[in-house]
Ligand binder design. Structure first.
Ligand SMILES: C[S@@+](CC[C@H](N)C(=O)[O-])C[C@H]1O[C@@H](n2cnc3c(N)ncnc32)[C@H](O)[C@@H]1O
Length: 272
C-alpha cells in the first residue's frame, strides 16, 4: 500500500518522537509539491534524523528511484557533542518500515556529519534537492553541515535548517553567521517558518520566494532582511490564523476573485 504524505501528516507524524512544528511540516510538504511540479530532481534527506519525524515526510516526497539519505550518529552518542536529540537506529528503522514502502531506497550513514565529505554523499545518493540540517547544534557542526550540503546541492536545491532562532541553541545562529560571511558560501536564506530557516543558491531564491508565497499566501506574514537577504516569514504569529486573513486569502485563491473584480469595476463605472 502506498502511503501518501497527507496520510503521514494526518496519522503518522504526531506519533513519532522528535521536533517539528505542525505548520513547518505543512510548509515543507508544499515545498516538496513545488519541487515535484517544477521538475527539480535529486535525493532528499537529513543530517540528524532522531526517530525520523521530518525524514519520513521528505522520504515520502520522492519520485521512484530517488534516494533518501539519513546521517546520524545513532547509537554512537559519544559523538553527539552537545546532546542535541538522541538518535536511535532501531526506532528509526521501525518507523521507516511502518511508513515507507519496502522497495524504497534508504541510504544510511551512521557517522558524525563532521566526518562526511561531499564525495561520500555524492557516491551514496547523488546531488541533493532537499536536505534538512538538524544534527549537531555546535557552531562547527552547523558550519560543516551547511558547507557539506551546499557542495552537493542539485540545481534548484533547498536546505532547511533547524533552530536558527532558538534561544537554547545560540551556536546555530553563530554557525550560520560564520557560513554567510564567507564570500565563497553558496547558500542564501530566503524563508522562515516556526523553528526552520530555508536556504537556496542565490540565483534560486527569487523563484522559491515567488512560488512559496503563491502557495502559502494565507500564512505569509512579512518580508525581513537577514544578513543582506530578503526572507519571507510564514506562520510564526497567531495573526496568521485570523478570520480576516483567511477570508482575504480565500477570495484571492478561488474563482470568485474575477467576479469580485468585475463587480467592483461595475460599481465604479456606475458611480462615475
Ligand atoms: C534534534 S535531533 C533531530 C530531530 C529530527 N530532525 C526530527 O525530525 O525530529 C538531533 C539528532 O542529531 C543527531 N546528531 C547529533 N550530533 C550529530 C553529528 N555530529 N552528526 C550526525 N548526527 C548528529 C542526534 O543523534 C539526534 O538524532
Amino acid at each position: 500500500m502506498t502511503i501518501s504524505r497527507q496520510t503521514y501528516l494526518k496519522r503518522g507524524y504526531r506519533r513519532i518522537g522528535g521536533w517539528l512544528f505542525p505548520y513547518s511540516a505543512r510548509f515543507i510538504d508544499s515545498l516538496l509539491d513545488l519541487q515535484l511540479e517544477s521538475g527539480v530532481q535529486g535525493a532528499v534527506g537529513e543530517i540528524g534524523v532522531h526517530h525520523g519525524k521530518l525524514f519520513l515526510l521528505l522520504a515520502l516526497g520522492r519520485r521512484p528511484g530517488e534516494s533518501a539519505f539519513a546521517i546520524d550518529v545513532f547509537d554512537d552518542q559519544h559523538l553527539n557533542l552537545d546532546r542535541s536529540g538522541a538518535g536511535d537506529r532501531d526506532i528509526f528503522l521501525a518507523n521507516a518500515r511502518r511508513w515507507l514502502e519496502p522497495a524504497n531506497r534508504l541510504d544510511i550513514l551512521q557517522r558524525s556529519s563532521l566526518d562526511v565529505r561531499p564525495d561520500d554523499l555524492l557516491r551514496l545518493c547523488g546531488p541533493v534537492r532537499l536536505a534538512s540540517i538538524d544534527g549537531g547544534h555546535t557552531e562547527d557542526c552547523v558550519l560543516n553541515d551547511l558547507a557539506l550540503i551546499g557542495a552537493v546541492l542539485a540545481p534548484r536545491g533547498v536546505v532547511v535548517l533547524d533552530d536558527n532562532f532558538n534561544e537554547f541553541w545560540p551556536d546555530v545562529s553563530s554557525g550560520v553567521a560564520r557560513y554567510l560571511f564567507d564570500p565563497a558560501a553558496r547558500l542564501r536564506p530566503f524563508a522562515i517558518t516556526p523553528n526552520k530557516t530555508y536556504f537556496a543558491a542565490a540565483e534560486d531564491a527569487g523563484f522559491y520566494r515567488r512560488a512559496l508565497r503563491n502557495r502559502n499566501g494565507y500564512y505569509f506574514e512579512k518580508t525581513a532582511r537577514l544578513f543582506g537577504n530578503d526572507v519571507d516569514i510564514f506562520g510564526t504569529q497567531a495573526y496568521s490564523f485570523s478570520l480576516k486573513k483567511r477570508v482575504i486569502e480565500w477570495v484571492r485563491h478561488t474563482p470568485v476573485a474575477p467576479y469580485a473584480r468585475a463587480l467592483r469595476a461595475t460599481v465604479r463605472r456606475l458611480a462615475r
